[in-house]
Design a protein around this ligand. Structure first.
Ligand code: ATP
Ligand code: MG
Length: 440
């Protein structure tokens, strides 16, 4: 992408409305724009990051056996009347009427709809287990939308829903998502700690919030600090192995970890003092087993091996991609701007032409741009006629992991400078060596 033809509205000044660093940097880098309170457009640079986050989420959902579909944002109120939640949900639900005065709503979540899809066609235990997911916009009329897309009214969610014949089956489905979440957040460059969450009237211990430690987080959390060094389940994890996944779950729930809602002071004080971590955190995911809460009122049942009908056991599993993007920035930035982990960076590399219009600089940049693009890299080429200082500031601000800098003096020697955004280390090398670093 040539910057001169791109749309990346950088802000020079710090936006006053932004209270936390991620919000400030997303606005400054031209990633998002607020359209009305808590409702955002994702501008091209932001959209690139969001797409990369979603691609990782999708890969890990698929690896764990979940199947993608797409459900609409607008739902009929009838479904929610069946489950009893239409009245229970309150003001967070945006209620709409269509031209026939039929009550509709902008979905805050999809348990009812997916249960309806399930009951319309699945009739036998032989079709189980089943896990259906989508990545879709949601609307919740939050009392206090804030921090940009961290807590917005319209936001994106990956929501998966599992269906099993028995509670034991549902536990295995739960553990699949538990392991998939650990892998997902790790690939996003984050250390997320599963913390016990309130299960309400369902009871049991099968509800976890995945929390990232960050000073600007809205939740107060308490955990054992060993979680920070725990191993993440590998790529070769066997998601069909009941024992294998149970072992992962057991290990990751063996130490104390709770948000303030579930905090047990006495249990936390039993952790040796030097190993206690009390911090603030951002909830980026939430998984929940809720048994037959929706299948019973909505009549979602299958025939079991005993020939009888059974209400299916369900769970739901959410991740917030539009919250994850700022959460990644909270975890990875410096005074100059964002530092993207390579896995979600909007571009793999930025080529900076320090003297656009200079034949040698132009030729060198074009050569590198073409070679890296051909090698399948996402390349941003700063071919604008801005001052070199402005270009450096922009490259640092938008956080692309590697910068290739072509200035007249180096280019005259057949060389360029390669800068690592994270460490700031600069290295002069031949043009060929700079290309080979990516192509090899
Ligand atoms: P919170 O406690 O932060 O309000 P929640 O418990 O209501 O969130 P869930 O219903 O568990 O959220 O939704 C699953 C995921 O969706 C959350 O873990 C979070 O990543 C994301 N999410 C929820 N609400 C918002 C929001 N208003 N803006 C952005 N992301 C959100
Ligand atoms: Mg939650």
């Amino acid at each position: 992408m040539r910057l001169s033809r791109y749309f990346m509205p950088i802000l020079k000044e710090n936006p006053k409305e932004a209270e936390i660093v991620s919000h400030r940097l997303m606005l400054r880098a031209g990633m998002i724009r607020q359209q009305s309170q808590g409702i955002y457009s994702w501008l091209p640079l932001g959209k690139r990051v969001l797409d990369k986050v979603n691609a990782i989420i999708r890969e890990e959902q698929n690896r764990a056996g979940a199947i993608e579909l797409s459900m609409p944002t607008l739902q009929s109120a009838e479904l929610w009347q069946e489950s009893g939640r239409y009245d229970a949900y309150g003001k967070e639900m945006l209620r709409i009427k269509d031209r026939q005065e039929r009550p509709m709503l902008y979905g805050p979540t999809n348990e009812e709809m997916v249960t309806d899809i399930f009951r319309s066609s699945v009739k036998s235990y032989k079709d189980l287990p089943l896990n259906l997911y989508h990545i879709q916009l949601k609307f919740r009329d939050e009392i206090r939308p804030r921090f940009g897309t961290m807590r917005s009214r319209e936001f994106m969610m990956k929501d998966a829903y599992s269906f099993d014949l028995t509670r034991e089956g549902a536990e295995h489905s739960y553990n699949k998502m538990f392991a998939a979440y650990l892998r997902t957040f790790d690939r996003l460059g984050l250390r997320a700690i599963p913390m016990r969450a309130d299960t309400g009237p369902i009871g049991g211990n099968l509800s976890h919030e995945f929390i990232i430690l960050a000073d600007t987080g809205e939740s107060e959390v308490f955990c054992h600090k060993d979680f920070v060094g725990f191993d993440i389940p590998g790529e070769n994890t066997d998601f069909d192995s009941v024992e294998g996944l149970q072992a992962i779950f057991d290990k990751w729930t063996s130490l104390y970890a709770a948000t303030s809602e579930m905090h047990d002071e006495a249990a936390f004080n039993a952790v040796p003092e030097g190993e206690r971590l009390s911090a603030r955190g951002i909830e980026v995911g939430h998984i929940f087993y809720f048994g037959t809460k929706y299948s019973e009122p909505m009549g979602a049942k299958v025939q079991g091996p005993d020939g009888k009908e059974h209400f299916v056991h369900m769970g739901s599993y959410g991740i917030g991609p539009t919250r994850l993007v700022p959460a990644i920035i909270e975890a990875s930035h410096d005074d100059n701007g964002i530092i993207w982990p390579a896995s979600v960076a909007p571009f793999d590399v930025v080529v900076i032409n320090m003297k656009a219009g200079d034949q040698a600089c132009d030729d060198t940049c074009e050569l590198i741009y073409a070679a890296l693009t051909k090698a399948g890299k996402d390349v941003l080429y700063d071919d604008t006629d801005d001052r070199a200082g402005t270009k450096f500031a922009t490259a640092d601000l938008i956080g692309v992991p590697v910068q290739i800098i072509a200035g007249p003096r180096a280019v005259a020697n057949g060389e360029v400078e390669v800068k690592d955004r994270k460490t700031g280390a600069r290295e002069t090398m031949t043009i060929e060596a700079a290309i080979n670093r990516f192509v090899a």
